[in-house]
Design a protein around this ligand. Structure first.
Ligand code: SF4
Length: 502
């Protein structure tokens, strides 16, 4: 970016501002976001004579007309034309709106597609960033400098008038659905290669998305066709080809080619990736742009899914935001993974863990949205926040519905539940700082994993527990599960007795 390029822009523009967060107290206005139902961003390929290069249009009130601290609707349409511009590029160009808008000092853009959330800071407003036309100008210049050989003409329109946005929002959702549907039917086995994306590394440095026909990107905005088109026209950009290499594990979805490129692109942070599971230490990494989070519920051996629009606590007592904090940032977390809603339509949807047979909880609106993807016989067996607001009601619901997840339940779990109720009456105890000795029972296979039984006990030395007198006490570790990548069982030789000297 040349220095003079931004001389007429009242604030700085550059990579350094990516990741800048604007808190409510600091904001001049909010555009889109959780308070606004209908919002969107869309890139459309046009013919050369259909658009005017560099033109920025604002339909509805501009920033200077908006009240401080208020939220307003927002629709963004970026139209592009050029010899190399093709339909397949639309989704990838659209995803760059997020990156480019975040280059603007004091401007924050989160999420994608129908879920955008922008904020302008009071500081940048005071510096003169008081019109969407300025933001549109920055966008047009960044697009043209980044896609020099692709985009010849670009026109940007911002809609802030709710009435005008409504029909455009409906149209945009149809376009997103049509894009997603394109990759359905194509399998991971039949394509010669996969594609990757590192666009989110500015927020999550070790995150590398692997995009396959049957595992769309976490943000849901880039499918296999989109990533392929982007890698072709912009080989130095964030999208790249992934040679599959050897298929190391067809069930979990591990390929040597994915492992190699992920290790390279994550600078050694991530060495292995399992595509189709939530229960592996090598789960796909999660950035922060995921549309939803899949979370394991050990109490019922099932999988819950929550989308970012869900308000309040999920069935495990945690809201989306808390789980997002411990899932995102480029991490691989056993039992938590970021995902796109579209992934739920894939035959490879957590197929290593049992797929839909393992899903026990969904927000009601997500359940309705993906109704077509849920096997008919399972639809009524999956709980939502209405039937199961907490774990106790979930377990009851699953029992009554005879959910297939019960196959994963062991008798010990049932027994322990009763035991737990009895234990709840126990007195408060002071746990000694002295390291206790832990005794575990024999490991068993549960849900394809080695699981140590939940009745492992910790024994404390006599008199160590204050208030309960002497003798030995046992503490039951309820639902404590330990997963190991490998288990080595070794015979412990008894120490040889020293021979008495004659
Ligand atoms: S979530 Fe993945 S595919 Fe989507 S922009 Fe981020 S890195 Fe790219």
């Amino acid at each position: 970016m040349s220095k003079g390029m931004w001389d007429d822009i009242p604030v700085d523009v550059g990579l350094v501002y990516e990741g800048e967060r604007i808190r409510k107290k600091q904001m001049q206005v909010e555009l889109g976001g959780p308070k606004i139902t209908e919002k969107f961003e869309l890139v459309q390929a046009r013919e050369m004579d259909e658009i005017e290069d560099g033109k920025v249009i604002v339909v509805g009130p501009d920033i200077s007309d908006m009240k401080v601290g208020e939220s307003y609707p927002l629709g963004i349409i970026v139209e592009v034309a050029g010899g190399m511009v093709e339909k397949d590029l639309e989704a990838v160009l659209e995803r760059r709106i997020h990156e480019f808008m975040n280059y603007i000092e004091g401007f924050m853009h989160l999420n994608q597609r129908y879920d955008i959330w922008c904020r302008l800071s009071q500081g940048s407003f005071k510096k003169g960033l008081n019109s969407l036309k300025i933001i549109g100008t920055v966008l047009t210049r960044l697009y043209k400098s980044e896609f020099t050989n692709v985009i010849e003409k670009i026109q940007v329109t911002f809609y802030t008038d709710a009435e005008k946005i409504k029909p455009l929002y409906e149209k945009a959702r149809e376009i997103y659905n049509a894009r997603d549907a394109r990759a359905r039917g194509l399998t991971d086995e039949e394509v010669p290669e996969f594609y990757g994306c590192t666009l989110c590394q500015s927020f999550a440095p070790s995150h590398v998305c692997t995009v396959t026909p049957q595992r769309i990107s976490l943000c849901g905005a880039i499918n296999w066709f989109d990533a392929r088109a982007a890698a072709k026209v912009d080989p130095k950009g964030p999208n790249f080809k992934i040679e599959k290499g050897e298929l190391l594990d067809p069930v979990k979805g591990e390929y040597s080619g994915i492992n190699e490129i992920t290790k390279k692109k994550s600078l050694g942070e991530v060495e292995r990736v399992h595509l189709y599971t939530i229960l592996s230490p090598y789960n796909h990494t999660s950035c922060g742009c995921f549309e939803a989070i899949a979370f394991y519920i050990p109490e019922v051996e099932g999988i819950g899914i929550v989308d970012r629009n869900f308000k309040g606590n999920t069935v495990n007592g945690l809201p989306f935001s808390t789980m997002a904090n411990s899932t995102g940032g480029g991490r691989q977390t056993v039992g938590f993974v970021g995902m796109a809603i579209e992934y739920m339509r894939s035959p490879k949807f957590f197929s290593a863990d049992g797929g839909w047979k393992r899903v026990v909880w969904l927000p009601a609106n997500v359940k309705e949205n993906v109704k077509d993807a849920i096997p008919t016989e399972l639809y009524d067996k999956i709980a939502t926040e209405q039937e199961a607001p907490d774990l106790a009601s979930l377990k009851e619901f699953l029992k009554e519905a005879d959910h297939p997840v019960k196959e994963y339940w062991t008798e010990e779990e049932e027994e322990e539940e009763e035991e737990e109720e009895a234990e709840a009456a126990a007195q408060m105890m002071q746990i000694p700082t002295q390291m206790p000795q832990m005794q575990m029972g024999a490991p068993q296979m549960v849900g394809g994993m080695i699981q140590l039984p939940m009745f492992g006990a910790v024994q404390f030395p006599a008199g160590a527990i204050g208030g309960l007198g002497g003798g030995q006490w046992k503490i039951i570790l309820k639902n404590a599960k330990i997963y190991a990548e490998e288990m080595i069982i070794k015979r412990v030789e008894k120490p040889k007795k020293k021979q008495k000297k004659k």
